[in-house]
Write a protein that binds this ligand. Structure first.
Ligand SMILES: C=CC1=C(C)c2cc3[nH]c(cc4nc(cc5[nH]c(cc1n2)c(C)c5CCC(=O)O)C(CCC(=O)O)=C4C)c(C)c3C=C
Ligand SMILES: [Fe+2]
Ligand SMILES: [Fe+2]
Length: 344
């Protein structure tokens, strides 16, 4: 059996039929919806220099002295509003697991392909995922960061962690990584079908749709992160596909964190402005999230709905993420099969 031991003690991979591993990876989420659970998660997340690039002394003081003392309590309350109590886990975990299970079913006839899933922060960890695949005989691994739009703070840090795990191995598996898929036809088609499908179930006709993406500091984009360009490309492709212009399908950025300037226009300010300008009925879609999570289920569907209504809006619909829907699974399967060419 292939050993997963620190360099110097591992054995070469066993000979014989080797397998191909596919590891779906999403951002991560707390293990428990209480302050201690959220604190552990936030500490790991916000100590990543891909997320907060300046990890200097001032940041460490702010993180340990202020953020990790206050934020876990308030965020735990938010997590409790969306928690999957049946499984006692966050929706991000439930959905990512289901995506992996459905992908495994779709690839069932390729008996040498093994599918697993992991979280960049928290559990199940990337280390556990890679080790489990290797233990099952995988000498080739395809890592699938579940972010349609690339950013260093999401996609790159997944690769960093996978390589960190591999760096401890003498007998490394061969690695591939799926590229960002922000303008992939399968993805745009799935989004369009999902939007059309959900609009058809509403009891009202939205005057416009807001496409809200997770934000990031403007300075990261100024230094070369292509994330904003990818979000714009997705929105433009969706506009073309849905026959909507920029007054009917708006692009905004949510989840501002800290005091720096983040990508604009901000989602919450846009909700306020639209309602004040007389818009009464809107729908919000969140194309940057492969799975529903705190940022969509709480921040959009609850917080931003309230902002819109508080300022005079009347009807607000949050369109679910692609999740493990048939359309969503089409996207993941297409990406994975394309990247596995030559391996299966
Ligand atoms: C989908 C793309 C995401 C990008 C880009 C992103 C950048 C980014 N995020 C933070 C800070 C926080 N994000 C938080 C939650 C969170 N972020 C994403 C995705 C992206 N983040 C998801 C899917 C989630 C939800 C996870 C869940 O448990 O459901 C949080 C935690 C919540 C909170 O305390 O507000 C923080 C903090 C930064 C600083 C950043 C770019 C640099
Ligand atoms: Fe985030
Ligand atoms: Fe948020």
């Amino acid at each position: 059996m292939t050993s997963v031991l620190p360099t110097g003690t591992s054995k070469p991979a066993a000979s014989g039929a080797q397998r191909v591993g596919v590891l779906l990876v999403n951002l991560g989420t707390p293990d428990t919806a209480d302050a201690p659970g959220v604190r552990v998660y936030l500490k790991e997340f916000l100590s990543d220099a891909r997320v907060i690039e300046d990890q200097g002394l001032v940041w460490k003081l702010i993180l340990n002295g202020i953020i990790l003392r206050r934020r876990p309590r308030t965020k735990a309350l938010d997590y409790r509003k969306i928690w999957n109590n049946e499984k006692n886990e966050s929706p991000l975990k439930t959905i990512t697991r289901s995506q992996a299970e459905k992908l495994a079913d779709a690839l069932a006839d390729r008996t040498h392909v093994v599918v697993d899933w992991a979280m960049r922060y928290g559990n199940p960890s990337i280390r556990a995922g890679v080790e489990a695949l290797i233990a099952q005989g995988c000498d080739r691994i395809l890592a699938v960061p579940l972010y349609p739009q690339y950013s260093a703070s999401t996609s790159a840090t997944v690769c960093d962690e996978v390589f960190r795990v591999l760096s401890r191995l003498r007998a490394q598996p061969t690695l591939r990584v799926t590229p960002p898929y922000y303008d992939d036809e399968a993805y745009i088609e799935a989004l369009a079908a999902s939007i059309d499908g959900h609009l058809a179930t509403l009891t009202f006709k939205p005057e416009l749709i807001v496409a809200s993406f997770h934000g990031m500091p403007q300075s990261y984009v100024d230094k070369g992160d292509p994330y904003q360009d990818h979000c714009i490309a997705t929105t433009n492709a969706l506009r073309r596909r849905l026959g909507m212009d920029e007054t009917k399908l708006l692009l905004t950025f949510q989840s501002r964190f800290g005091n720096d300037e983040w990508l604009q226009p901000y989602t919450d300010k846009t909700m306020e402005r639209l309602a004040r300008e007389g818009v009464r009925r809107i729908a919000v879609v969140t194309p940057g999230f492969a799975a529903d999570c705190l940022e969509t289920l709480e921040e959009i569907a609850q917080e931003n709905a309230e902002i819109f209504k508080h300022n005079g809006g009347e009807q607000f619909a949050a369109i679910p993420c692609l999740n493990d829907s048939d359309a969503g699974m089409d996207v993941i399967r297409t990406l994975v099969l394309r990247e596995l060419q030559g391996w299966i």
